[in-house]
Ligand binder design. Structure first.
Ligand SMILES: [Zn+2]
Length: 432
């Protein structure tokens, strides 16, 4: 039963226009599967693989995971980043599904002892998808992770990300300067998406914008991917871009002290956008000081460090309004004008309760980001010279009322985009 998730048990018999199962349209690496030569595998694996992926897509999952556990394999799906158990498979079936998806992704099915990754083009519900397949060898069997990317969803502009008008304006001002604008966050928090959104938010008619490195297949209006010469160092390439009068350059994520030093050395010539993983903006600044070993240059070079965390958006079809009392608003740090807040439907014994079909009765649909922005105020620059720790930087941000994650998150609560419970959950969730 593939679509049972959307229905109460007694409704399953009802007539319902069933969705067509997913269609696999070939491997991203061009090595298309030869099903005739792998007939036994296709017999055993194709239908269950299709069922699992279709079910995950119908439930709007962003990830499907099959993990070996003793004589069985555990299936988990992630919807908006939250894990939901999704049944178990017999070991042989899990193996067939894993091998089948490897074959479809153009991977080596004979190899089961090394990590492999690839992608499958797919179509579901008349929408284009990419399935990013990763297999990791574990002692007992391979673990399969399929990231399901809905290509029809575009998070391209700062407004798509839920950025406030204030923050958008500030970022636009920053990108008209020379120096460094960095996006940092925990892995998977969407910093790359944010950087591209910032890039799209800059005025392409006034600025000359280039990218160096991998744009991940993004279509960038008015932004030129810069042709790099094989063998050229990052420093040489940056000099060449600066010579063609670039205003803004997006470079690949900063990985180490060496690339950090190169990026920061060009701060008087151009605005450089980049990213690296860090817990938050303050931790990012500490990392930058450590990499470059040069607090003075960091203080002069960085024009902003933006960080973010993702929150689930309340489902517009089933969110419930409630009136919080004034005392509660004050305690939560919400403005007194926020007289109506929203939350997901509360648990009910009502026999007539109908689960929401839009979000699969999860109460949330899609995600939005809350941001913080660390700015190089005079006091902050003075502090940097003393090689501060992250806590001292955070305290200074607070003192100067720079935008914090919590403050931006509360804005999203006040706007009814998310629930206070969700904000609390994200702040309580352990860092991965
Ligand atoms: Zn809903």
């Amino acid at each position: 039963m593939i679509f049972g998730f959307f229905k109460k048990k007694e409704e399953v018999q009802e007539e319902e226009p069933d969705l067509e199962p997913v269609r696999f349209l070939g491997a991203l690496n061009g090595k298309d599967a030869n099903l005739a030569a792998n007939a036994r595998l296709a017999d055993a694996g194709l239908v269950p693989a299709k069922d699992l992926i279709t079910d995950a897509m119908a439930r709007r999952a962003d990830t499907l995971r099959i993990e070996p556990k003793g004589p069985q394999a555990v299936v988990t799906i992630l919807i908006d980043g939250i894990a939901y158990p999704s049944g178990k498979l017999a070991k042989a079936e899990a193996l067939a599904v894993t091998q089948m998806l490897k074959l479809l992704a153009g991977l080596d099915t004979k190899q089961r002892k090394v990590a492999q990754s690839g992608g499958i083009k797919a179509e579901f519900d008349s929408k284009p998808y990419q399935l990013m397949v990763v297999v990791t060898p574990l002692p007992e069997a391979e673990r399969l992770t399929v990231r399901i990317v809905d290509l029809s969803i575009k998070l391209e502009n700062p407004s798509d990300l839920g950025m406030s008008e204030d923050l958008r304006k500030k970022l636009r001002e920053i990108t008209s300067l020379k120096g460094l604008l960095l996006a940092v966050g925990p892995p998977g928090s969407g910093t790359t998406t944010t950087l591209y959104a910032v890039l799209r938010g800059t005025d392409a008619y006034l600025s000359s914008i280039f990218t160096i490195g991998d744009t991940g297949g993004r279509n960038l209006f008015n932004i030129t991917p810069f042709e790099t010469n094989p063998g050229d160092s990052l420093s040489t390439t940056l000099d060449r871009v600066v010579r063609v009068e670039a205003n803004v350059i997006l470079i690949d994520p900063i990985k180490d002290a060496e690339t950090a030093k190169v990026a920061i050395s060009k701060h008087e010539d151009v605005m450089i956008l980049s990213e690296f993983p860090a817990k938050d903006a303050a931790a990012g600044l500490v990392q930058l000081i450590e990499w470059t070993g040069d607090p003075k240059t960091v203080a002069a070079a960085f024009k902003g460090i933006i960080s973010q965390k993702l929150l689930r958006l309340l489902c517009a079809d089933c969110k419930q309004a409630y009136r919080p009392n004034k005392e509660f608003l004050k305690k939560a740090g919400l403005p007194a004008e926020a007289t109506t807040l929203y939350r997901k439907p509360q648990a009910t014994q009502d026999p007539n309760y109908e689960p929401c079909r839009t979000c699969g009765d999860v109460g949330y649909l899609g995600r939005v980001a809350m941001f913080e922005l660390l700015e190089p105020s005079e006091e902050m620059q003075q502090l940097i010279l003393k090689k501060p720790d992250a806590a001292a930087i955070r305290a200074q941000m607070k003192k100067e009322k720079m935008l914090t994650l919590l403050q931006d998150g509360l804005r999203l609560v006040a706007e009814g985009k998310t629930a206070l419970e969700e904000l609390q959950r994200v702040f309580k969730a352990p860092e991965k």
